[in-house]
Design a protein around this ligand. Sequence first.
Ligand code: ADE
Length: 663
Amino acid sequence: MERFRSVGLGSVLLVYLMSGASALLHPSSPKSVCKSCDPQPANCKSNQCIVNCDVSKVCPNPDDVCAAVWWRENGLVTVRTNCHNPTQPLNGVRMDDYNSSDCVLEVRNVNNPNVRQCTCTGHECNERMLVNKPDDNSELVIMPVSEGGFRLRQLCRFCDIESTDCNATGVCKSPCNLTSICEKPSEVCVSVWRRNKVSATIETVCHDPAFPFRGQYLTDYNNTVCQMKRLKGMEDDFYICSCNQEECNDQLYFTNVSAPSCPGCIGKTFPPVLLVSVVPLLIAAVLLLSTFYCYHLFRQQNLKASRTKGIDIETCAIIMSDDDRSDSSSANANSLNHNTELLPIQLDVIVGKGRFAEVHRAKLKQGATDESFQMVAVKMFPYEEYASWKTEWEIFSDAELRHENVLQFLTAEDRKAERRYWLITAYHERGNLQEFLTQHVIGWDELCQLGASLARGVAHLHSDRTTCGRPKVPIVHRDIKSANVLVKSDLSCCLCDFGLSLRLDNSMSPEELANSGQVGTARYMAPEVLESRMDLENIESFKQADVYSMSLVLWEITSRCSANGDVREYEPPFGKLKDHLCVESMKDDVIRDRLRPEIAASWANHVGIQLLSSTIEECWDHDPEARLTAQCVVERFGEISNAVILSIISDTKSTQDSGNDEK
Ligand code: ADE
């Protein structure tokens, strides 16, 4: 079944189409010259960005214009420049500004305000871009950071102290009407609610979490929402939260349940000056402190013991000692919502069931009324599945994992009362890719959108750099299948279910790797995984096994594309869905008979599908080393769509020519 082998055929056709065909079609029209660089930090000042891109390209197609795509992710700004065919969508958006001589970066998709893009006509007109101010009129100020990127300063509510009638239950809106750009890029948004005998107030500020705030270190500053945590031991009733999204300190999430006492916090939050100035209380304070000290020692011992057992005992809401901070890896940067501070979530229907957990659609309430809510997904694990929850939570907690093609994580919760652990994520109403393909036939554009975005998600997971160039720990998924891919509203994919994933940091010993075992779903397992013959000392082999599974998903997507004129009913790779395929029967098919899903003859009817078939075959090669990388598949998608565009132009031209000849 190894059909259309060789990169040769694809590349030759591609080169022919890109150079020969277009030159023949447009012998004299001048081609644009555009800046053409992979994603890189842009030099942005005020409302102008300049790319330091030293690659100028003569565009392959005479109709091409120049384009730039600007995005910000975790506060970093990146720009990609290239040629663009204006008859095609750019990132799924049809551009209407290509006649402009300036490239004016604007948000083109309201659902994605962090992406701006522009097209323009003129020699290297995408070298300098104008940035329209965001709709909220906030000033766009971009600061350089160490790796040459630009971190946007956060926008936060910033009113210092104002009185409030919020009574620390449910969700409160801050009384502050001022949004400020924080002074430093490292600052996050913070809110403090406090009540003394006279009044209640809310304080809204920007603050750098590297420094204590009111004597405390903030540990929840990676959160996207401001989840209020109660501090005991203050003279006033005192709640605090921090978060790292624009104006996230405006909506404050409280709970009705009062927090347990947290003696570990008390000593650190008492201003020492009180101890000396209130002389009559001194003796009582000494007694109290010694009691606290004993308790603290006891607690530290418990903490150490439970950590060595691999269990995190509940730590003080937002206070950590310096020691705790220094040994918390980035994987633990995201805080857990403890039982006392649960998000106001109303569960709805079940939308998925997995090996260890079930997923519910749910409403995250946004305001005092029931009408205002955000749809989220809640993955619920029974207490017995603590290890799966913890693995997935740790994978998600790495801030560098964030990517548009990876399911967006919101927070994790320990729902003690129900004896369940939760992971709260974005909700995607189109459901998983398998359901989607069962119900929909797709066209060529959708095939590219689904397939390329899947490859981008896997490439990001495997990469040791973020899109912005920051270092990141490569991750392998180990259970890639169409049921573990969600379809977003723009028909791009995002990967989900990281319960079997592994972080490939250098700290993993060969023994740990060896013990990681044969995991995944038999139907999608690479031959070397089925045989338990992976080269466990080489982290690349885990990625190669993921690429094999991804190729089967790409095949599933392609099998539902009508562009070649022939679509069959959805079937998963290797036969009917209801058939339970065990490892042994898969070994017979995949290893002994070297069987792969069928590539129908009709797939050769369409240039793009034909080229994609060759790519898929290179990804399911029996030899793991011979497989393409996920990043290479991303690039192939770019080349294949160009080839398709050129073949359409070429077909149109020959139809016109034959029409002229007949006249
Ligand atoms: N099924 C599993 N996870 C889901 C999610 N986040 N959104 C929609 N359906 C899902």
